[in-house]
Design a protein around this ligand. Structure first.
Ligand SMILES: [Zn+2]
Length: 256
């Protein structure tokens, strides 16, 4: 449990105690109780939904060096991932692919290509359940461990970086990650690339600054469509995208 969660619990309990002592005979007692409980819940929900809040588990949002790191979630996809790999190869850029274990098992040849071209792989769970944050502890552990068991042999290296499905965390997920010494890699630029409007997508991506970690999806046609233009425009703005040595340094540093 992170100190922010502990602090929220401590503040809620001590405020409830004070409310009971001061207002136990007041007709407004339950209004005060509802106010304290709802404040507690707002912080809790923010903690679950927003990785940026770092409520349950520390997360990495930026590169320590000036290079921008592209990350692709939810693949590999038999059509879009190779297109994305072609574009990355054309520009000599290396990225991190937060794969879904089940899909990676279906397309081991794409996993091999990703590795052989110098990209890195992160754990995005075995099945990417939309209800991952609602699963029991054993099921959470199983989702993380199945990925490790199935994908590490394809990659021949230990996978230590994790990104939770939908970006939600809770104490069960945090406990499972802490025990396995996983590091959460979050993002500083969210592309919202599931929306298909090309211009809007490129505009959002133009928020990329030095040190950014950019969240994209390699299972989406529109992402594969705009990637080349995004890279060219960002580079014209002075952005430098990570190469193999930068990713190696990034992963080494966060595992310290
Ligand atoms: Zn995902």
């Amino acid at each position: 449990m992170r100190w922010k969660h502990r602090l929220n619990i401590a503040v809620a309990l001590s405020t409830l105690l004070i409310v009971f002592l001061l207002f136990r005979n007041s007709p407004y007692l339950w209004l005060w109780v509802a106010f304290v409980v709802s404040n507690f819940c707002v912080f809790l929900v923010f903690g679950i939904i927003f990785l940026r809040f770092q409520y349950f588990y520390p997360s990495i949002f930026r590169n320590s060096g000036p290079e921008v790191i592209l990350t692709f979630d939810d693949g590999p996809d038999p059509v879009q991932t190779p297109r994305i790999l072609d574009t990355l190869q054309k520009h000599g850029i290396k990225a991190i692919f937060f794969m879904i274990g089940k899909k990676a098992q279906e397309h081991p040849e794409i996993v091999q290509r990703i590795i052989s071209e110098g990209h890195r792989i992160g754990n995005h769970t075995q099945n990417h359940s939309l209800f991952f944050a609602m699963l029991h502890s054993e099921k959470v552990a199983q989702e993380i461990d199945s990925f490790t068991k199935n994908i590490e042999p394809l990659v021949s290296e230990k996978i230590t970086i994790f990104r939770p499905p939908i970006g939600y965390t809770n104490p069960k997920i945090a406990r499972a990650l802490r025990r396995r010494k996983f590091k959460i890699v979050a993002w500083s630029v969210r592309s919202y690339d599931s929306f298909k409007n090309r211009e809007a997508l490129l505009n959002r991506l133009m928020k990329t600054k030095p040190r950014s970690i950019v969240l994209l999806h390699d299972n989406l046609e529109q992402t594969a469509d705009i990637l080349d233009e995004y890279i060219v425009q960002a580079q014209a703005n002075g952005i430098i995208f990570a190469k193999q040595e930068h990713l190696k340094k990034f992963i080494h540093e966060i595992n310290q």
